[in-house]
Ligand binder design. Structure first.
Ligand code: UDP
Length: 485
């Protein structure tokens, strides 16, 4: 008889898809029966662009091969394409509406599977909780961000009722349970204009999380005790029950190192330990020439070695950064002047491999949660340069709660602009011998140890994963077999 299957529904972005597949593999590996007590079926939505579609297919091929090599039953089921929305205002609305259009296809796909143990939904897929209820299948949310952002999402519906007007104009700080008082300008981008559909979608998903049977969070108890305890104590879901939480992270998938090594990795191998500051801005970060000039000036004046992944602005009608035209983006003579101590890389680079190199001493990051986790996993302290989504909240938590970063002043009113002098100051603080950098390095080293022990056998995240697997399996048993003798 086929093992009951856990159906995963990720959205297509690499920062959502990859950790969710990795979590599915870990769930199988932790389940009894040599990983054969359950199987995983990943429902794949077709991404909106050809480039993303081919990236997703590449990820799937790799995940299929890895699962087969590990003897894990992971299958991929491509859902029929939908006509994506064209009148959306931002990525949250686009993704959420595209997901809604997939509801009938997901219902049909799940109905055809012989034995479904649970539906695990990406954080933007909460309309599918209703389909799970219809089909009498338990529904879990897989929250790819951190517990701080989860606390915010759960709290948002009430926050919107409590505060009149825009958050940016509110007096004092926002109360996000488990975090120090949050300055309003550190709240996530989609809620900064409350009349926009992006804000309504955030509030919708936040409300729906509480309807799930549990929330799987890509964090570790040791990393975010405050936020996790506040959620578990019901402080975010005023009046309603607190959702069951499964902090199983860090969930990071490590592809085998490229052979021959990537040029950036080869360059790093020739540098001394902890001497290089690494700058990379996720899948969506890019620079225009005025901002790239400021960064170049700041790096040059800092005197530190650097590896800068620099992407250019999207083409018309697209949101995806392009490969950078260095001659157009950088000040004249910059590359020649810094040739001996810097490398500017104009397209995506293998961030995880880079962060794992001893030469990397600091990371200027856009604060996507995967990037933060990857940095903590390697014990690399950070300087936060948040750009979009929930990254401003992540940046705040990283400095104010975790302490694994030095602060950097980002002018949110000017499109997250950072002046050359401020970048220079932050890089010196991060890489130099001062108190701020020393503290961030110490905290990053502590968090590296915490991340690694959390996922080891007996660690907090390994235990949460076991609990998730046994909760899912328990629901499979007929009620008579659950009765105590
Ligand atoms: N990434 C990478 N190389 C790049 C840019 C990004 O490998 O040049 C990876 C990075 O390691 C991380 C993911 O893409 O795993 C970005 O996820 P994150 O949540 O940090 O940010 P997002 O791109 O979703 O904003």
């Amino acid at each position: 008889m086929a093992a009951p299957t856990v159906v995963l529904l990720p959205v297509w972005g690499a920062g959502h898809l990859m950790p969710m597949i990795e979590a599915g593999k870990r769930l199988l590996a932790t389940t009894g029966g040599g990983g054969r007590a359950l199987s995983v079926t990943v429902l794949v939505m077709r991404p909106p662009t050809e480039q993303q579609a081919s990236e997703v297919e590449g990820h799937i091929r790799r995940a299929e091969a890895e699962a087969a090599a590990a003897g894990l039953d992971v299958r991929f089921h491509r859902l029929p394409a939908v006509e994506p929305p064209t009148d959306h205002e931002g990525p949250v609305e686009f993704t959420s509406r595209a997901v809604e259009l997939h509801v009938p296809h997901v219902r049909a796909a799940v109905s055809c599977l012989p034995s479904v143990a649970a539906l695990v939904l990406d954080l933007f897929c909460t309309p599918l909780i209703d389909v799970a209820r219809e089909l009498a299948v338990p529904a879990y949310v897989y929250f790819t961000c951190n517990a701080a952002a989860l606390s915010f999402f759960l709290r948002l519906p009430a926050l919107l009722e409590e505060a009149a007007g825009e958050f940016a104009e509110m007096d004092g700080a926002a109360d996000i349970p488990g975090l120090p008082p949050v300055p309003p300008l550190c709240l996530p981008t989609p809620v900064m204009e409350r009349a926009r559909p992006e804000c309504a979608w955030y509030a919708y998903h936040g409300r729906r999380f509480a309807d799930a049977d549990g929330i799987v969070v890509n964090t570790a108890a040791e990393l975010e005790r405050g936020a996790l305890s506040a959620i578990a104590a019901g402080r975010c879901t005023l009046g309603g029950p607190a959702p069951a939480l499964y902090p199983i992270g860090p969930v990071i998938s490590f592809p085998p190192p490229a052979e021959p090594p990537h040029d950036c990795v080869r360059w790093l191998e020739a540098q001394t330990p902890a001497s290089v500051v690494f700058l990379c801005f996720g899948s969506g970060g890019f620079f225009t020439a005025p901002q790239a000039h400021e960064v170049a000036r700041g790096l040059e004046r800092s005197g530190h070695r650097f590896l800068w992944v620099l992407r250019g602005p999207p083409a018309a009608g697209s949101r995806q950064p392009t490969d950078a035209d260095l001659a157009e983006l950088l000040p004249e003579g910059f590359l020649e002047r810094t040739r001996d101590r810097g490398l500017v890389w104009p397209t995506t680079a293998p961030q995880k491999e880079i962060l794992a190199r001893a030469a990397v001493g600091g990371f200027v990051t856009h604060c996507g949660w995967n990037s933060i986790l990857e940095s903590l996993w390697c014990g690399v302290p950070m300087a936060p340069w948040p750009l979009y989504a929930e990254q401003h909240l992540n940046a705040f938590a990283l400095v104010a709660a975790a302490g694994a970063a030095v602060a950097m002043e980002v002018d949110r009113g000017r499109g997250n602009f950072v002046e050359a002098a401020e970048l220079e100051r932050a890089v010196r603080a991060l890489m130099g011998g001062g108190e701020e950098g020393r503290r961030a390095r110490e905290r990053a080293a502590e968090m590296k140890a915490a991340c690694r022990s959390a996922v080891e056998d007996g660690g907090s995240s390994a235990a949460a994963l076991k609990r998730l697997s046994s909760d899912i399996l328990c629901r499979q048993l007929p009620s008579s077999s659950l009765a105590t003798p």
